[in-house]
Design a protein around this ligand. Structure first.
Ligand SMILES: *Cc1c(COP(=O)(O)O)cnc(C)c1O
Length: 425
């Protein structure tokens, strides 16, 4: 096992028996991580999808320093502060129209819990209780109990299964089978009143970088509206430019009733999340009856330093040519992905905006089990941080990544199948 002083730390999504050593990172700048021994690693997955403009962006770092000296933390029940107020106004301007209220929390998972509680609170407070939630096959919405309940079930949730609440699930709208998804949702709504549909708009992240059409998203929203069900967009991964537009719902022209955002909200610098909702949802909780209060908080709700980082992020979005930058990155990605698209060691090359994904052809299902970690190890040897989802390799870089950086990433991907077949790992 580990030599010397074994760390007491228990790492996330980590089987310590198979991976006893962690990579010690001592610094980061732009798209690169610096290891303790002076090595460099290209962060091709934005440090788990959070870093948007690059690590240690000077404007975000500056905002954090300044806010930390001014006001570090204050209770947010009964109190407010400028960074939270500025951020809320800025968020409402950036998200699709119709979202008018902002509830803060600290992670993507908590933003989803808040969304689900808002939806049930809405129906209870208007006197027409509904509890049924509908979710998409392969969905991922976080690792808290509510998030796991609405997410796809598997080995990672099996232990907690008895605690998870039941949801109706509709099939993933794969190309050519879109109507089946729309019909299934319509049927689910007709069977029993549905409180809300929760979806990751246009691309399912942790479920395998599965992309679906804007048409389906618009149809799901239309069906939800027809049945009086709320439409929850979990934009925790898709938000902040990943699909080429600030938000995926905006790209598709869909106005959700509730929108969850986290990951890129601070540019990837500090933990913060927001759940935005429409006026009717807020109004249903707005009452002199204390029983209609939205009973939710976390200790660090709207932490001023995190909010200041997010305001700096908004500022970057408002003052820098983000549209051009995202389009240029998308084009660089397309060019490199297309070189692999005809390679029969791979399949299903796909892209939406700045994200690309490709599946490694694997000889058998048994091989599949360990291929993700073996690929990840190979990429690290090539000084590239990629963390495949099984045999799906995806590239989701920070927007400052250079064309030369991307060449390194794709060269490593192109070399991976033969290196693994040769048993180098
Ligand atoms: C990452 C993610 C979450 C969970 O966010 P955390 O900040 O890790 O809790 C929820 N939904 C989606 C779509 C995600 O990608």
């Amino acid at each position: 096992m580990t030599s010397g002083n074994a760390s007491p730390i228990w790492h996330p999504f980590t089987q310590h028996a198979l991976q006893p050593e962690m990579v010690p990172v001592s610094g980061a700048r732009g798209a690169w991580l610096k290891t303790r021994d002076g090595g460099l690693i290209l962060d091709a997955i934005s440090s788990w999808w959070v870093v948007t403009h690059g690590h240690c962006h000077p404007r975000i770092v500056g905002a954090i320093e300044e806010q930390a000296r001014r006001l570090d933390q204050v209770i947010f029940a009964g109190f407010t502060h400028a960074p939270a107020e500025m951020l809320a106004r800025g968020l409402i301007e950036m998200v699709p129209v119709g979202l008018a209220h902002v509830f803060y929390s600290d992670s993507g998972s908590t933003s989803v819990e808040v969304a689900l509680k808002m939806a049930l609170g809405y129906f209870r407070n208007i006197g027409a209780p509904r509890q049924r939630i509908v979710a998409l096959e392969y969905g991922y919405h976080g690792d808290t109990v509510g998030g796991m309940s609405v997410g796809a079930r598997g080995v990672f949730s099996a232990t907690y299964e008895p605690l998870l609440f039941d949801v109706a699930r509709i099939p993933f709208p794969a190309e050519g089978r879109e109507q089946a998804t729309i019909d299934a949702f319509d049927a689910a709504c007709a069977t029993e009143p549905v409180a809300a549909l929760i979806v990751e708009p246009l691309i399912l992240g942790a479920g395998g970088m599965r992309i679906y059409s804007e048409h389906v998203l618009r149809e799901l929203k239309r069906v939800a509206e027809a049945h009086g069900a709320l439409f929850i967009a979990d934009e925790v991964m898709t938000g902040w430019g990943r699909t080429g537009e600030p938000f995926a719902c905006g790209k598709a022209g869909v106005a959700p009733d509730i929108l969850c955002t986290a990951k890129g909200i601070t540019g990837g610098s500090l933990p913060l999340a927001a759940t935005l909702c429409t006026s009717p949802i807020f109004e249903a909780h707005h009452s002199t009856d204390r029983a209609k209060t939205f009973f939710h908080s976390s200790s660090y709700t709207a932490n001023p330093i995190a909010c200041a980082a997010a305001v700096a992020n908004l500022d970057i979005w408002q003052t820098e040519p983000m549209g051009e930058r995202l389009a240029a990155l998308a084009a660089m990605q397309t060019e490199r992905l297309s070189a692999l698209a005809g390679d029969d060691r791979f399949a299903c090359a796909r892209q939406i905006g700045t994200i690309t994904a490709i599946d490694l052809q694997v000889p058998d299902a048994g091989y599949l089990a360990g291929v993700g970690p073996r690929l990840a190890r190979f990429f690290l040897e090539r000084e590239v941080l990629l963390r495949p989802l099984g045999n799906t390799i995806y590239v989701m870089p920070p927007y400052c990544v250079s064309s030369a950086d991307l060449d390194l990433v794709y060269a490593a991907i192109a070399d991976a199948p033969d290196a693994l077949a040769g048993g180098s790992s």
